[in-house]
Design a protein around this ligand. Structure first.
Ligand code: ATP
Ligand code: PRP
Length: 214
């Protein structure tokens, strides 16, 4: 059996993704103790996890140091890397939207859009024929309209709580987001059997989740 290196995003997605691997029958420790370790070896399954920032997962997979990885569709759309998207895991669901102060229209000339997703935002506004100026931020995006840095933000919305608590309203839905299983194209060819077995088992979990929701 080939050794498989899996890039896992630390933070929000990790817990749901790890639980799914357990459900898929992989022989993993029931709980991963929260340590500072960034690489976890599971010799029984010939699996090695590398834990990275969510935005970095496609980088490891594209370079082939991880065979597969789990990444948000937001990250994949933003980065457009050379990786295969194998399966929608339908976890960590949220969406990308534009938002701003209530009852305000955008500046007529080059409205300013604050975002952690410059490519997604640029493509969206280009698509609707708006010429915008992108202001790239790394977090706390909702601050931007409040303090006059931007007319609108383009950011993730999940519960809507952050928008509400900062007095912002949603203007346009841009795209739905969930986590995806991705693979390095060479690994996909060389370790195809192993990767397809994993896809099959995870697909079964995705379908079971769907059936439980009906
Ligand atoms: N409410 C949410 N806010 C942000 N990301 C979410 C949310 N719900 C689901 N996600 C998914 O989780 C991923 C982000 O995870 P997380 O919030 O742990 O990282 P981050 O805050 O972007 O990273 P960093 O560690 O660099 O601050 C996104 O790429 C998205 O796919
Ligand atoms: O709709 P909600 O459930 O409120 O979730 C959306 C918020 O969560 C994310 O922020 P995060 O907590 O990752 O903080 P940061 O982007 O400011 O680092 C996102 O950027 C929104 O601000």
């Amino acid at each position: 059996m080939n050794e498989l290196t899996i890039a896992m995003p630390k933070g929000r997605i990790f817990e749901e993704a790890y639980r799914m691997l357990l459900e898929a029958g992989f022989n993993l420790p029931a709980e991963v103790e929260m340590s500072r370790k960034l690489m976890i070896e599971i010799p029984e399954e010939k699996i090695r996890f590398i834990l990275s920032k969510p935005m970095d997962v496609p980088v490891y997979v594209e370079h082939g140091v991880a065979d597969i990885g789990i990444a948000g569709k937001d990250v994949l759309l933003e980065q457009q890397r050379e990786v295969h998207e194998l399966l929608d895991l339908k976890i960590s669901n949220c969406y990308i939207a534009s938002a701003g102060l209530p009852n305000t229209s955008m500046n007529e000339i080059a409205p300013r859009i604050a975002t952690k997703y410059p490519n997604i935002a640029m493509k969206y506004y280009k698509g609707i024929g708006e010429q915008v100026e992108i202001i790239e931020l790394n977090g706390s995006i909702e601050l931007a309209p409040m303090i006059g840095l931007a007319d609108r933000i383009v950011d993730i919305v999940s519960t809507g709580r952050t928008l509400k608590e900062n007095g912002l309203v949603e203007y346009e839905f841009i795209t739905a987001v969930s986590s995806r299983l991705i693979a390095n194209p060479v690994s996909y060819r060389m370790k195809g059997e192993r990767i397809m077995d994993l896809v099959k088992r995870l697909k079964k979990c995705v379908n079971e989740h769907k059936n439980n929701q009906i």
